[in-house]
Design a protein around this ligand. Structure first.
Ligand SMILES: Nc1ncnc2c1ncn2[C@@H]1O[C@H](COP(=O)(O)OP(=O)(O)OP(=O)(O)O)[C@@H](O)[C@H]1O
Ligand SMILES: [Mg+2]
Length: 231
């Protein structure tokens, strides 16, 4: 489903070139819950951004369903991104001038999908416990509420892949648990591929697999859930 080959990312900083990712090979089957761990600065967000096609690699390929998204022209890339990938940012990234409902509806409308997007967006906001916040603007919502709007937005086109960059990093433990439960429920029920960056070992232990980055390389790759509750 996602296949990463020889992925490198360098950034020019003045007259120096900084190598952020130094050759990543990774294959993530459909339906897998993969956690990415590693120290601050190890390249986790950079890798996630490349998987989403939000950024272009210096070398290597990112194949989504066999298509190398790093070689696609911008319009085709936007199509793949719009239909196949939901992205949840650490900092929510809601559009401040749009209500919760409008934020969730936006990817749906950009995809020009038929059907009743408004009903679907409303239903999703109900699922994440925000039925009474549909017409609130982001500034009128708490951090946990904003992150739940961001989840609903990532789910609205029912993408087969959800990428989440520390989605619980700014939340208290009960809101964090709620957001995580929503993500994993969808991964199980819709067989979504879920790639989640986290610093939290307990969260990572719930994943099917964990990879650890150090200095732009994968230094460890562990399979199997660690929590032992058969979940
Ligand atoms: N645009 C940029 N210009 C220069 N350096 C960058 C740029 N983006 C990232 N870096 C550097 O690349 C390295 C990896 O950054 P990245 O954001 O991927 O780390 P991370 O693992 O997500 O860290 P954190 O856990 O703090 O979020 C860092 O050293 C960072 O400073
Ligand atoms: Mg990061």
């Amino acid at each position: 489903m996602i296949e990463v080959r020889g992925l490198k990312k360098s950034i020019r900083n003045g007259n120096r070139t900084v190598e952020i990712l130094k050759g990543i090979d990774l294959s993530v089957p459909q339906g897998q819950f993969l956690a990415i761990m590693g120290a601050s600065g190890s390249g986790k967000s950079t890798l996630l951004g490349l998987l989403a096609g939000l950024d272009a690699p210096t070398e290597g390929a990112v194949l989504v369903d066999g298509t190398d998204i790093s070689q696609l022209p911008e319009d085709k890339l936007a199509q793949v991104r719009g239909k196949k990938i939901g992205f949840v940012f650490q900092s929510y990234q809601l559009i401040p001038t749009l209500t919760a409902l409008e934020n969730v509806l936006l990817p749906y409308e950009l995809n020009a999908e038929g059907g009743d997007g408004k009903r679907r967006a409303t239903a999703l906001l109900e699922t994440v416990g925000l039925a009474d916040r549909l017409h609130h603007y982001p500034v009128q919502l708490s951090g946990g509420e904003q992150q739940r709007v961001a989840l609903a937005r990532a789910f609205v086109v029912e993408p087969p892949i959800v990428l989440a960059d520390e989605p619980t990093g700014n939340l208290d433990s009960s809101n964090g648990q709620h957001v995580l439960d929503l993500l994993t429920k969808r991964q199980r029920e819709a067989n979504t591929t879920l790639v989640l960056v986290t610093h939290d070992r307990q969260i990572a232990d719930r994943a099917d697999r964990r990879i650890f980055l150090r200095d732009g390389r994968i230094v460890s790759d562990e399979s199997g859930k660690q929590d032992g509750n058969g979940d």
